[in-house]
Write a protein that binds this ligand. Structure first.
Ligand code: SAM
Ligand code: SF4
Length: 353
């Protein structure tokens, strides 16, 4: 049956505008909240909650190259999705800058008429080498992840001694005129929550948009516990006792971060609280994994196989009809913290955050 609307609308009436494209499932970091390297890293909480028994870790298996979408395939999906009302595209991973010649993909996507926003999220390690080519190819915005400003704690959280490179990347992105340069920090109780104020000070000093993110159950170690989540409200309360913060009116309902500016208006704090204050009712995202599966929610337990259709002789119209059918199955909300919650089979690094 054909769906007559030219838009991607789910069965709850949400119009989907935001496509996250994972370009690789591989990563050069091993963040303990995403892809911990060792059993000890996966069990980083045990000295605090020693009695807790957790479920079996997700086995780390990179998808073979033959299953990873080519640039031509990604470009086609993005073009067709933009034809259905997608306006924002974010390249992610794994670590997107590990994908060879990413600038070529950026150039092709930037040329698609109708794309209003093309951004990427990166751990920043390779940006000093690749940043200029990406900007020249048409990248306009970037978000880096930086959970700690302490070299040892950064290494503990990411599994790599990479703080220096990430700080260099942030400066370079600003010099290259990428705007805004955002920084994501996942906050975990007992690991980096003592750095909340210093991260905010850093944002203020460097004129950044820094977003604190609640830890979500998407780690391959399956170590997540609600006790490790620092609720967004608590983060805000702490920041408000230290800084003069002014609320920023959201541009649209689907914005995931609640935002505040510092008094001088040059830097910004955002709080993304999917666990304690879910925003599912306004979610307008879908995800394309590196191996060509459509995910309608970060916490989806089923994926929709677009790759096999892309590699058949399906017409553009047939692919668009498929996308419209798939989004009708978008989940109304996540169930984190509820007895029936089941963690997805893939970690954040494979889903594409
Ligand atoms: N490798 C890139 C990076 O780290 O920026 C892009 C992919 S990463 C999966 C995208 C974002 O997801 C990062 O900002 C990361 O901090 C966040 N993330 C990963 N695992 C998470 C988790 N369990 N809870 C909350 N955020 C998470
Ligand atoms: Fe860390 Fe991003 Fe790699 Fe996950 S994908 S391990 S968050 S750098």
């Amino acid at each position: 049956m054909k769906h007559r609307t030219p838009l991607l609308i789910d069965s709850h009436g949400r119009i989907l505008r935001d496509l996250r494209v994972s370009v690789t499932d591989r990563c050069n970091f091993r963040c303990l909240y995403c892809l911990p390297e060792t059993e000890a890293a996966a069990n980083f909480y045990r000295d605090r909650w020693a009695t807790v028994v957790h479920s079996t870790p997700i086995a780390r298996q990179w998808k073979p190259k033959s299953k990873i979408l080519t640039f031509e395939e990604i470009e086609r999906v993005v073009r067709l999705a933009v034809g259905l009302g997608i306006q924002k595209v974010r390249l992610t991973g794994g670590e997107p800058l590990l994908r060879q010649e990413l600038a070529i993909l950026v150039e092709r996507l930037a040329a698609i008429p109708g794309i209003e926003d093309l951004a990427t999220t990166s751990n920043g390690f390779l940006f000093p080498k690749k940043g200029k080519a990406l900007r020249d190819a048409g990248l306009r915005r970037i978000t880096f992840s930086c959970d700690s400003l302490d070299r040892a704690n950064f290494q503990k959280m990411t599994g790599r001694d990479g703080l220096h490179e990430v700080l260099e990347s942030i400066r370079l992105a600003q010099e290259l005129g990428l705007n805004p340069v955002k920084v994501n920090a996942v906050v975990i109780k007992g690991i980096n929550d003592h750095e909340i104020e210093s991260l905010a000070e850093f944002a203020q000093r460097e004129s950044l948009s820094l977003r604190f993110i609640e830890f979500m159950p998407l780690d391959s170690g399956r170590a997540w516990l609600k006790e490790m989540v620092v609720p967004g409200r608590e983060i805000l309360r702490r920041l408000q006792t230290r800084f003069d913060l002014r609320p920023v009116q959201s541009k649209n309902d689907s914005e995931t971060a609640k935002r505040w500016t510092f008094a001088d208006g040059r830097a910004e704090i955002g709080i993304i609280a999917p666990v304690s204050e879910p925003f599912c009712g306004h979610c307008n995202r879908i995800r394309l994994t590196a191996d060509g599966q459509i995910r309608t929610c970060l916490f989806s337990l089923t994926e929709h196989d677009l790759r096999s259709r892309l590699r058949s002789d399906a017409s553009d119209e047939a692919i668009q009809e498929y996308l419209k059918t798939v989004v009708l199955q978008k989940e109304d909300r996540h169930h984190i913290g509820e007895p029936d919650f089941v963690q997805p089979q893939r970690s954040m690094s494979c889903i594409g955050g």
